[in-house]
Each structure stands twice: as structure tokens, then as C-alpha cells.
Design a protein around this ligand. Structure first.
Ligand SMILES: Cc1cc2nc3c(=O)[nH]c(=O)nc-3n(C[C@H](O)[C@H](O)[C@H](O)COP(=O)(O)O)c2cc1C
Length: 194
């Protein structure tokens, strides 16, 4: 069997009292049960990033910024695929997530991205649709099937299962596995020149 794909799971919300970690550990459970993937959970609370950017093209200006980025950027670069765990905030995704995305570019290129979204009425899917546009700019490929959990606190049981989410999570991860292997082989054969 091929080397398992390295999947970076990005926990996008940073709010006090957030539900994001529960959703992240649910999808992490799916990843851990698969032989074809390994998970690296990047929680943006544990790895905060600067919100002031340098002049375009310049490196980060402060030592603190360099250190903060060093806790995230190499892990994104090493990933073969991504799962973005995002809530819906005001019909979109959180600023903390956009900040983490915008600090990087080549790290996303020619890699697949799956989504696990959650929220109220729309189950986070409006956040997903906006993220698809952002990831297209970064030469990433988004998975057709996305998990959308409406009121996730009622959807994930204490046993770590989600009757409404488990099947679509598997479908999304199966797509991520196909694209992840295909794109890893392609990047190895011919580096992507975005
Ligand atoms: C600032 C803010 C805006 C929100 N806007 C929406 C929204 O537009 N649509 C929706 O379905 N839920 C919305 N919600 C509900 C969140 O999706 C829900 O509370 C979710 O649990 C938030 O993720 P978190 O707990 O990880 O922060 C909003 C919540 C917050 C805090």
C-alpha cells in the first residue's frame, strides 16, 4: 500500500466556548480509523498567527511573527491534503481561518481540500461555498461532497458518532484520498508551477 496521506485538519474557529474542537475530534476519529491517511490537527487557538501582514513579497518583520508562522507553515507544506473544519459566521467563515489561509500560498497549491462545516439553519454550507472560491485562487482542489452539520451539538453523540454526518464524512474522505494520492503522484513526477 502507498504511504498514508498526511492530512492537515485545520480547526478554523477561535471563539471562547467554541464547538469547533468537538467537530474536529469527530472527523479526526474518522481519519484515525483509516489506513490510508494520518491526521495532523492544527488548532488556530494553539497556533495563533499575526494579523498584520508585511509588504507584499517581504518576509515577516518581527521575530514573534516568524516564530508563530513556524508552528503552522511547515505543517501545511508537509500536508498532502487538508480538511478544513469551519463554522458559519455571518454567512461566511471566520476571520481566523481567512488569516491562516492568507499567510500561505504554495502550501495549498495542487492539493485537495475537504470541508467539515457546521452552523445553524444552513449547516455551515454557505461558509463552504465561499471557501471554494478562496481555495480556487490558491490552486487547490475542493471536494464535491462536504459535511454540513446543522446544530452540531445535537448531532455528535458522546460515543463520537454522528448518524447524520458519518456517511457523508466517509464520502468526502474517500474523495480526498483519491485526489490526495493522484495529486501527490503528480507533484512528485512534475512539481506544480503555479
Ligand atoms: C459571530 C457569529 C456569527 C454567526 N453567524 C451564523 C450564520 O450566519 N449562520 C449560521 O447558520 N450560524 C451562525 N452562527 C452560529 C454558529 O455557526 C454556531 O454558533 C457555531 O457553533 C459557531 O462555531 P464555534 O462554536 O466553533 O465558534 C454564528 C455564530 C457567531 C459566533
Amino acid at each position: 500500500m502507498d504511504t498514508p496521506l498526511r492530512v492537515a485538519v485545520i480547526v478554523g474557529s477561535t471563539r471562547d466556548g467554541r464547538f469547533g474542537p468537538t467537530v474536529a475530534s469527530w472527523i479526526r476519529g474518522h481519519l484515525d480509523r483509516r489506513a490510508d491517511m494520518t491526521a495532523d490537527v492544527i488548532d488556530l487557538v494553539e497556533t495563533p498567527l499575526p494579523t498584520v501582514f508585511p509588504v507584499l513579497g517581504d518576509p515577516p518583520q518581527s521575530q514573534e511573527a516568524v516564530e508563530q508562522l513556524s508552528a503552522v507553515s511547515p505543517r501545511l507544506a508537509a500536508a498532502d491534503a487538508f480538511v478544513i473544519v469551519t463554522p458559519e459566521y455571518n454567512r461566511s467563515f471566520p476571520a481566523s481561518l481567512k488569516n491562516a489561509i492568507d499567510w500561505h500560498n504554495r502550501e495549498w497549491n495542487a492539493k485537495p481540500v475537504g470541508f467539515v462545516a457546521y452552523g445553524g439553519f444552513s449547516a455551515g454550507l454557505r461558509a463552504v461555498e465561499q471557501l471554494r472560491l478562496v481555495m480556487a485562487e490558491l490552486h487547490a482542489v475542493t471536494m464535491r461532497d462536504a459535511v454540513g452539520l446543522q446544530a452540531p451539538w445535537a448531532q455528535i453523540g458522546s460515543d463520537g458518532t454522528s448518524p447524520g454526518g458519518d456517511a457523508v464524512a466517509k464520502a468526502m474522505l474517500d474523495q480526498l484520498a483519491w485526489w490526495g494520492q493522484a495529486l501527490r503522484e503528480a507533484r512528485t513526477a512534475r512539481p506544480y508551477g503555479a
